[in-house]
Design a protein around this ligand. Structure first.
Ligand code: NAD
Length: 509
């Protein structure tokens, strides 16, 4: 299958519903557990960007951990990273094929920093091989495989899974949540996650790009559909820009946004999926290879209070690099309560204000940077008290659900969109949606996107059965299309099938 368009997703029969096949686990026995001095023996998988930091930390910065192996399907990256380890006095084994790495009994744990579409499968395989796991965010590329990873963590519970949403280690966020829950500023009216982060055009290629000889593209593709890369911006045809293609990523809501989504949902204390979701947005301001929106508003209709998530990839104004901010934050979270509000920055820093913007309290114990050390502690204690895989599943799933609504959307003029939002009086969050919409228009105008001629993609309000983690409702066509969307469920390609750990309604369909 070539690159996907939103219209592809409307064709449920084309992209969804393939029968579940038995998964093949390439793995053998569990690891023997611990080096001679008791350090946990760690392998890092996926080394280009985020994995590099993990690798260097496990080289010699994290007490109780020892880097013993590294893995990447790009041999150029692998060799460069090995050289960096050697500079640190550590010589890890190197692997191109993750499945071979998992057969190595001298490895206790894997840190998964490969692209999103690999996360659930690599987590499940690692558990089946008897390894502990640190999985970078998001946990999944689609809701169903995330659920399988959660169930695998229960089934293979001799090992731990630690999720890479590092804000969970922030004590200032924990304190701010406790403050709100104490009721001092009343009930939550809404929680808003913000991802106003500059994302420039990735350029245009007009066709399939060659895969560099140093990349094993079959392994790189893993459970995704095997299709040539159709991007070749400053990051080349393979790395990083996969974030902007539905086959591998989910745009910035799933990239940066998952962190803020997770914090916003944590504030709400909502333990699962919301009863409904609706999104609108578009890729505005430039035309390039990328598929995902650079402007997106998703509203999750939680009963306690709506969670609104906003993505802006365009700057404050055309030609600038500075980004808009909302209540003083651009990548962060704002939680509006009856008697005041809370702001959280991208790296923590929680402040409580009253409704006159007078600072009531500031929590500054920023411990987000201890997340990797907390992983080592969790492995030593065999307990995960923060970094829960299930929490990461729900927050990852929110990103996917928001994207499914967007992908099923139709293009509307902004006048039509305004009417649609106004008319939607059935949910209490319609005002929140409308306010976000008006601000989105101002933002687009500042970027020279003509609001009168712009077509915004408006997704349907999709109802969700949180227990089964599927879409439900009477509008069969749209519900079927939503349930067939690969961001809800994709089983994976031959040789890279996601093992089905828990059968469910959608798994049986
Ligand atoms: N927690 C955070 O703040 C944070 C920050 C940045 C990135 N991340 C996450 O880290 C992951 C990696 O992001 P990145 O920016 O480094 O991406 P990237 O594309 O730059 O690097 C990914 C690396 O994984 C390798 N890879 C791909 N498939 C593989 C496989 N099957 N086995 C082994 N290696 C494989 C690639 O060759 C590449 O070197 C993403 O999931 C991203 O969401 C998290």
């Amino acid at each position: 299958m070539n690159n996907w368009t939103r219209k592809d997703f409307l064709k449920a029969s084309v992209v969804g519903g393939s029968a579940a096949l038995l998964s093949k686990t390439p793995l053998a026995a569990a690891s023997s557990g611990g080096s001679a001095n008791g350090d946990v023996r760690v392998a890092v998988v996926g080394l280009n960007g985020q994995g590099r930091g993990h690798m260097l930390d496990h080289c010699n910065k994290l007490p109780g951990s020892k880097l013993v192996a590294i893995c990447d399907v790009d041999t150029k990256v692998l060799e460069a990273r090995k050289a960096q380890c050697v500079e640190q006095g550590v010589t890890p084994k190197t692997y191109v094929d993750y499945r071979k790495l998992l057969e190595d009994k001298d490895i206790d744990a894997v840190v998964i920093a490969s692209p999103n579409h690999q996360h659930s499968l690599q987590t499940i395989w690692a558990l089946q091989a008897g390894k502990d796991v640190y999985c970078e965010k998001p946990l999944s590329h689609n809701v169903w495989e995330g659920r399988q990873a959660v169930e695998a963590s229960r089934k293979y519970n001799k090992n731990i899974v630690f999720a890479g949403t590092q804000n969970r280690s922030s004590e200032d966020v924990m304190e701010a949540i406790a403050y709100v829950r104490s009721g001092k500023i009343g009930k939550i009216k809404w929680a808003r996650g913000l991802c106003y982060k500059l994302r420039e055009s990735i350029g245009r290629t007009y066709g399939p790009q060659a895969v560099p000889a140093h990349v094993d593209y079959d392994l790189w593709t893993g459970p995704a559909w095997l299709t040539p890369p159709r991007r070749n911006g400053s990051k080349g045809p393979i790395h990083y820009d996969w974030h902007w293609f539905w086959n591998y990523g989910g745009g910035d809501i799933t990239n940066q946004g998952i962190h803020q989504m997770d914090v916003a949902r944590w504030f709400l204390g909502e333990p699962g999926l919301p009863p409904n979701v609706m999104s609108f947005g578009g890729r505005f301001g430039y035309q390039d290879d990328a598929e995902t929106p650079n402007t997106l508003i998703s509203v999750f209709g939680y009963e306690k209070a709506p969670l609104i998530f906003e993505v802006r990839g365009l700057p404050m104004r055309a030609g600038m690099r500075a980004m808009d901010s909302y209540y003083g934050t651009n990548v962060g979270v704002v939680v509006q309560c009856e008697g005041g509000f809370v702001t959280i920055g991208s790296n923590g820093g929680a402040i409580i204000y009253d409704n006159n913007k007078k600072k009531l309290q500031q929590f500054a114990k920023n411990t987000l940077g201890q997340h990797r050390a907390n992983f080592v502690k969790a492995m030593q204690s065999r307990k995960v008290t923060i970094g829960s895989v299930e929490e990461c599943h729900y927050s990852s799933a929110l990103c996917h659900l928001g994207n499914v609504s967007y992908m099923l959307g139709t293009e509307k003029t902004n006048a039509e969109l305004a009417d649609a939002i106004r008319a939607d009086a059935e949910t209490s969050d319609s005002f929140a949606r409308y306010g976000s919409f008006v601000r989105m228009l101002d933002h687009l105008k500042a970027n020279n996107v003509d609001p009168t001629s712009t077509q915004t993609v408006v997704g349907p309000l999709l109802k969700i059965d949180g227990k089964q983690e599927i879409f439900v409702g009477s509008e069969r066509e749209i519900v079927d299309a939503a349930n067939a969307n690969p961001l809800l469920k994709r089983e994976g390609r031959e040789g890279f099938k996601i093992p089905q750990i828990q059968a469910g309604a959608i798994a049986r369909s």
